[in-house]
Write a protein that binds this ligand. Structure first.
Ligand code: VGL
Ligand code: ZN
Length: 251
């Protein structure tokens, strides 16, 4: 900011530069779009949304996201991948691998694995195993040349719904570094699933102080009740929801 007037004293030019810098920051947001977990398993595979209670179809949001990527000049584009080792704690078929296995666990139950630390975990079908077909991005999703890839849920003993931190905030991904490096102010969120990975990423985005915008028609979810709860929580903490058609006027 002080490049032009380097006499060590804050003069009129410095002051103007500082005001200009902050006006630009305020008037011209630096935007990132975070495209969460648009992977085969959530669209056509083991955790396909159309087989889940809300009966949404993950493939419906592919063209909406593609259209945004074609028409909106986001400064930063991030793709996330749920990226589990095959002995991951969230898979129902792996409960026998853990000590103190909960009694007769059922798919989609939330169980508590003994610690330390104690882990509360919802049990999912095996999904998004590293390098498998199910973990690949949907083939029709547009992948931009300068996009970043963030991997989450990569450790066997902890799940990670958010693309920032794992569910116990013991480890973090590269996402905050990518956003900070580019001085991002506004985070636009889309992808799957609204009530889990999109939602928790949104909550952590708010915690980091980003203006957090959920693109309504570019995301869908697993369970209607959970979707409603997540929406209420996000809105109460300051997130906003907009239609993709409105985003071009905000960026
Ligand atoms: C997700 C359940 C399990 C998601 C990931 O991407 O929303 N949901 N793992
Ligand atoms: Zn997962």
């Amino acid at each position: 900011v002080l490049d032009k007037d380097r006499d060590g004293v804050i003069g009129e030019n410095d002051f103007k530069n500082i005001v200009c810098f902050w006006l630009k920051q305020i008037l011209k947001p630096v935007t990132a779009v975070v495209i969460v977990d648009m992977q085969n398993d959530f669209i056509d595979g083991s955790l396909a949304l159309h087989k889940c209670p809300a009966c949404h179809n993950g493939s419906d949001v592919v063209p909406v996201i593609n259209a945004m990527l074609d028409s909106i000049p986001f400064t930063v584009t991030v793709y996330t991948k749920d990226w589990h080792p095959d002995d991951h704690i969230s898979f129902i078929d792996n409960v026998h691998l853990r000590p103190h296995l909960p009694e007769n666990p059922q798919l989609y139950d939330t169980v508590v694995f003994d610690g330390p630390p104690q882990i509360e975990q919802k049990l999912w079908p095996c999904h998004c195993v590293q390098e498998s077909w199910g973990s690949q991005l949907h083939p029709d999703l547009k992948v931009v040349a300068n996009g970043h890839m963030v991997y989450k849920g990569t450790l066997p003993n902890i799940d990670s719904y958010s693309a920032f931190w794992d569910n116990k905030k013991m480890s973090r991904t590269d996402l905050i570094d990518i956003l900070s490096e580019h001085r991002v102010t506004d985070v636009y969120l889309c992808g799957l699933a609204y009530d889990f990975c999109v939602g928790f990423t949104g909550l952590h985005s708010l915690e980091h102080g980003f203006r957090t915008i959920i693109v309504e028609d570019a995301t869908c979810g697993i369970d209607t009740t959970e979707i409603r709860k997540m929406r209420d929580t996000l809105i109460s903490k300051g997130a906003i929801e907009v239609e993709s058609s409105k985003v071009k006027d905000m960026v």
